[in-house]
Design a protein around this ligand. Structure first.
Ligand code: IVH
Length: 675
């Protein structure tokens, strides 16, 4: 977005602009600091914030208390005890170019006596923390919170290896710095979360924030966080008289200090430091988002002083967001299990924010049309949330003269049948039930853990089965023979028998697994279970109508319609007949419930509400049902337990009113781990 030029703004327009900027910035700030879940790039926030500061500079009478310029950012989380910072924890002012940096330093030099020695440090992209030591022993660790009041996270910080519990000198001192997640830990954590079906963290900063705010310190411990300390709250507590000397003293006391700092005495040295680390940024094992330039003499720092929000003796130079240009060689369309056809841009490989990128999702045809993306276009790429490559726009100056608008495909890339737009959908769909790409995805889904759970039947094997024409739908899996499997790549007698065994075992699954495995639109594991429980066997489902399905508690109109439509199709009925003739169980096995071992949740009525961090709502609900609980969606007198995530609303209020037991996600996980 391009902002209105400040020079042309009159006071009325400025007020309007401020009224637009403040709610946006405050909402983004809340997402970033409190929910650890930002919806915009840091660079976007910075751009809006910069515009706000410029307007407030021109019309100081328009500054209001609620303006982000008057707050440090961050709020206190209610789950932790509050800590009042005796000396506020400040943020940093920022500049976005070396020209702006020069202006800042020139202005400072004019108004203050400077030593002309600047300590240049890396700006670590983590979370500010404070550590208080008495007699050399760590007694308290906290977050910055809103700068005045933070959260007491002592027990979590104590699990971090780089934080000394005892210093090399028995002194009283408050040390401040940054807690961060190394890139390697971040990648490993996200890989694990994805494997477990949990949402990955957007970036290492969010992952660090989420890990520090765990109620259970053993979770923090597993997250492999680290720290770099760079400041003390009171210079009387130390011997050094320069910032660079302070960093050395902190190292000697036993703290982890980032050793890449450098004292510069000319702007050119600062510029060189900036360039050097802008280039080296991706090779560092931790994320940095800029450079911090600090007056090196500590007594001068004190003399120059602070505003309510930032020190006047330091400034952050923020790196521009990483963007690269590359060429689109092709647009590929892939068919999902429900027939949705999704476009992907295939590009010349480029390095972007630490990884090689050659593909980016184009989401749907409307997206291609809106951005007017064409094959042979040179496009600007960035990483959304620092992870997922996204195309921002094409470069018109590089568009070939003979470039033509991209034409929507009319045929399915897999089976060649006509593609359609279903009502109210942006997606394009192939509606051929025999489309090989869909069938392949359906088999993948059918075999997956939450569906029929066929151990050893992964995508590579399914691919081979398809190529060898050994399967063509989910029912044909049950006709596979030893002679077929032994022919597969890397298959011996043992693996063929094992796979046959797990396919055979899956015949005994209870009906809900089959219903979920059939991949009916809008039907997840919970709906599948409710339907199976209600109708008991597949015949009852085939013979019902959508009203009756909708009468099931927690099943809405959309799901009911989807289920009814699916079982009403001839092809579905044929598939069910094939499954039946292959002895696949089509009944709900209520004895599932007889196997439930005694546990806290058995026979309890549980409601889940709010945003969850470590587990998906469906995972919690599945686990609870398996352990004998009744999971419902409304809080009533019958509710035994409410599990609350973030930002819970009326259900939490109702539960409090009815004195229902309330647990947060961690309390639930702790109890769950006992069984
Ligand atoms: S100095 C009064 N030095 O950046 C001291 N901050 O965007 C102010 N940060 O709140 C902080 N690396 O959490 C300083 N080398 C560094 C830093 C650093 C990262 C963080 C810090 C600060 C934030 C401002």
């Amino acid at each position: 977005m391009d902002f209105i030029s400040i020079d042309q703004l009159d006071k009325n327009e400025a007020k309007k602009e401020i009224d637009m900027l403040i709610p946006k910035l405050n909402a983004w700030s809340q997402e970033y600091y409190e929910n650890d879940n930002p919806s915009v790039e840091d660079a976007t926030y910075d751009k809006y914030y910069d515009q706000l500061l410029k307007i407030e500079n021109k019309f100081p009478e328009l500054i209001i208390d609620n303006s982000p310029s008057q707050k440090v950012g961050g709020k206190v989380n209610n789950d932790f005890n509050k800590v009042v910072h005796d000396i506020p924890m400040l943020s940093l002012g920022d500049v976005f170019s070396v020209e702006e940096l020069k202006l800042f330093l020139d202005r400072l030099k004019k108004s203050q006596p400077l030593s002309e020695q600047y300590n240049c440090e890396l700006k670590i992209d983590g979370l500010a923390i404070s550590l208080i030591y008495k007699n050399g022993k760590l007694i308290q660790g906290s977050t910055r919170g809103n700068g005045q009041i933070g959260e007491d996270i002592t027990n979590n910080l104590k699990t971090i290896k780089s934080i000394p519990k005892t210093l090399n000198k028995a002194i009283d001192i408050e040390v401040r710095g940054e807690c961060y997640m190394p890139k390697s830990s971040f990648l490993a954590l996200n890989e694990q979360r994805q494997a477990e079906g949990q949402a990955p963290f957007a970036n290492p900063r969010n992952a660090a924030a989420g890990s520090l705010r765990q109620l259970d310190p053993s979770v923090t411990k597993k997250r492999n966080l680290s720290t770099f300390m760079y400041n003390v709250s009171n210079y009387n507590d130390i011997e050094a008289d320069t910032q660079s000397g302070l960093l050395k003293e902190l190292t000697e006391l036993g703290f982890n200090v980032n050793q890449e700092f450098k004292v510069a005495d000319k702007q050119t040295d600062i510029d060189q430091y900036i360039n050097q680390y802008q280039d080296k940024r991706n090779d560092l094992p931790y994320e940095i988002d800029g450079i911090v330039i600090k007056e090196n003499q500590l007594n001068l720092q004190s003399l120059i002083g602070n505003t309510i929000k930032v020190p006047k003796w330091a400034i952050a130079y923020k790196f521009p967001p990483e963007e690269v240009y590359t060429l689109i060689k092709d647009i590929e369309w892939t068919v999902g299990r429900t027939g949705v056809v999704t476009p992907t841009a295939v590009m010349n490989p480029v390095q972007l924010a630490g990884s090689t990128v050659s593909r980016a999702s184009l989401h749907n045809f409307d997206y291609i049309k809106k951005k007017d993306i064409r094959i042979n276009d040179t496009v600007k790429l960035y990483k959304a949330g620092d992870i997922i490559p996204e195309i921002e726009s094409f470069d018109p100056s590089k568009r070939p003269n003979d470039s033509k608008k991209y034409i929507i495909p009319s045929e399915c890339p897999s089976c060649g049948s006509d593609l359609v737009h279903l009502q109210d959908e942006v997606a394009l769909r192939c509606i051929n039930p025999k489309c090989p790409a869909q069938l392949y995805e359906q088999i993948n889904h059918f075999a997956s853990r939450n569906a029929m759970n066929i151990d050893g039947l992964g995508p590579k094997i399914i691919n081979q089965l398809f190529e060898k024409k050994l399967v063509n739908d989910v029912a044909s899996l049950y006709t596979l023979k030893f002679e077929d499997l032994i022919e597969l790549e890397k298959f011996g007698e043992k693996s063929a028998n094992n796979l046959l065994g797990s396919i055979n075992d899956s015949k005994n699954n209870s009906l809900e697994r089959l219903i979920f495995g059939l991949g009916i639109r809008n039907v997840g594991t919970k709906a599948a279970r409710l339907i199976a429980e209600h109708f008991n066997n597949i015949e009852n489902i085939i013979n019902t109508n959508s009203q009756e399905i909708e009468e099931i508690d927690s099943i809405g109109h959309t799901i009911a319609e989807s289920v009814f439509t699916y079982f009403n199709k001839e092809t579905s009925k044929e598939l069910i007949n094939e499954l039946r003739s292959n002895d696949v169980n089509l009944k709900y096995l209520s004895e599932n419930n007889d196997n439930i071992v005694d546990n806290y949740f058995n026979q309890k009525t549980v409601v889940i509400t709010g945003k969850l961090i470590d587990m998906k709502r469906s995972e919690i609900s599945d686990w609870l049902i398996k352990h004998g609980a009744n999971v419902t969606s409304t809080v009533s007198k019958k509710t035994d337990l409410l599990i609350v995530g973030k930002d819970a609303g009326s259900k939490l209020a109702k539960a409090k009113e009815l004195s229902v037991t309330i647990w947060n996600e961690n309390q639930f996980i702790n109890e769950m781990n006992k069984y």
